[in-house]
Design a protein around this ligand. Structure first.
Ligand SMILES: [Fe+2]
Length: 384
């Protein structure tokens, strides 16, 4: 929703004129989750992720089935929805999947045009373009299906002046917002799909949204002794919206993607990367608030090859090592990144915090180090 030059740099966006696109996208609108207890989740994202609750709908506002909290941090907006009644969609989804993403919503200039194009190109039609109205105006919305039960919602809110979306009432933050945001924007949203289906979903985004495949990982580059995955990234023209898609690859033992698919009960969003201008302070504050991160091994930092490969970055490597922040470099620049542990009871969704300095990639060089750390966690859960 916020769009500044510095936000564009943070997420590795490039100059691009969307008026030429078959499927023009202005940017991310929000990510919506179905969770077991939205009231408590909203508190966690406020205290541990530094997000600010700004809007709400629920039984008190005439929305009988769900309690929904909208939170933001800069341009990143999350909606946490929980079932108030046993037969609500959120309660059913939560019973099947645990806490997880139901909607990845994109802001578009003309919902009807995008929807028509996508459906003509073979998109899964979930909801035709329609108006949603309240006293603050009208929002045009349509919904396209993607992997699993996940949906891509298309939103045009140019004729709307309310706090969030129709039906939501403004509400005060749950706790005092942090002086400085932990993160400013969504960088990418990653999906896990079944073995053999990655290319199909890559092709889906190429066809229905006109995305292009921007990076390719091959399995041998990122396979470790025990688990492996294949990953491809599709992005829109401006590269603001990036959708990496993973599938499990053959390994000696169970892949982390297989573990996700088993516990989530099918394909879904694996992680959301949040872009920050200061990963060190974000990680320090998140850790202080109880967020657990994957710990890269000491050997990662002491490896002379790594030091050679990454060259000079904005802080001494000891600062990164102290926080277990990973670093990777490509031809365009470097990036710092770290991954949380799963953020709900099931070993499914997690977050990445990313600080880009020119690099437009996703940390390919870190996959091996990361997987070794992931596998240690998987073994502790008895799922390796
Ligand atoms: Fe990522």
């Amino acid at each position: 929703m916020v769009d500044t030059a510095s936000d564009a740099r943070l997420v590795g966006a490039v100059e691009h004129d969307i008026s030429e696109d078959d499927f023009p996208i202005t940017g991310w609108h929000h990510v919506k989750f179905y969770v077991g207890n939205a009231k408590q989740a909203a508190h966690y994202y406020s205290t541990a992720f530094g997000m600010t609750c700004f809007a709400y709908r629920g039984p008190e506002t005439g929305h009988r089935e769900h309690a929904e909290y909208a939170l933001k941090s800069g341009g990143a907006v999350f909606v946490l929805a929980g079932g108030v009644t046993a037969d609500s969609e959120a309660a059913r989804h939560h019973a099947a999947h645990g806490d997880g993403v139901i909607e990845v919503a994109l802001e578009v200039p003309d919902v009807d045009r995008n929807y028509r194009y996508a459906v003509k190109q073979g998109a899964i039609a979930v909801a035709e373009p329609h108006d949603v109205t309240d006293e603050h105006g009208t929002v045009r919305v349509a919904v396209i299906g993607t992997y699993g039960e996940t949906r891509n919602v298309l939103i045009d809110r140019s004729d709307y002046s309310g706090p969030f979306l129709p039906g939501f009432a403004e509400r005060a933050p749950i706790v005092e917002p942090p002086q400085k945001r932990f993160f400013q924007a969504i960088d990418h949203v990653v999906g896990n799909v079944e073995l053999g289906r990655m290319h199909e979903w890559v092709h889906y985004y190429e066809k229905v949204m006109g995305f292009t495949n921007i990076v390719e990982f091959v399995d041998d580059a990122i396979a470790t002794e025990y688990s492996a995955l294949m990953s491809k990234v599709v992005a829109n023209g401006s590269r603001k919206v990036k959708f990496p898609i993973n599938e499990p690859a053959e390994g000696k033992k169970k892949s982390q993607i297989d573990e996700y698919l088993e516990f989530y009960g099918g394909p879904g969003v694996q992680h959301i990367a949040l872009a920050t201008g200061d990963i060190l302070s974000a990680v320090d504050r998140m850790r202080a608030a109880g967020v657990e991160f994957l710990e890269a091994p000491d050997t990662y930092y002491d490896d002379p090859e790594l030091r050679e490969r990454i060259g000079t970055v904005r802080v001494p490597i000891e600062e990164l090592k102290a926080r277990r922040v990973l670093v990777d470099r490509d031809e365009d620049g470097y990036m710092l990144q770290i991954f949380t542990k799963p953020q709900q009871d099931r070993p499914t969704m997690f977050y990445e915090i990313i600080e880009r300095h020119g690099s437009l990639s996703f940390g390919k060089g870190n996959f091996k180090a990361l997987f070794e750390a992931l596998e240690k966690e998987q073994a502790r859960r008895g799922n390796l």
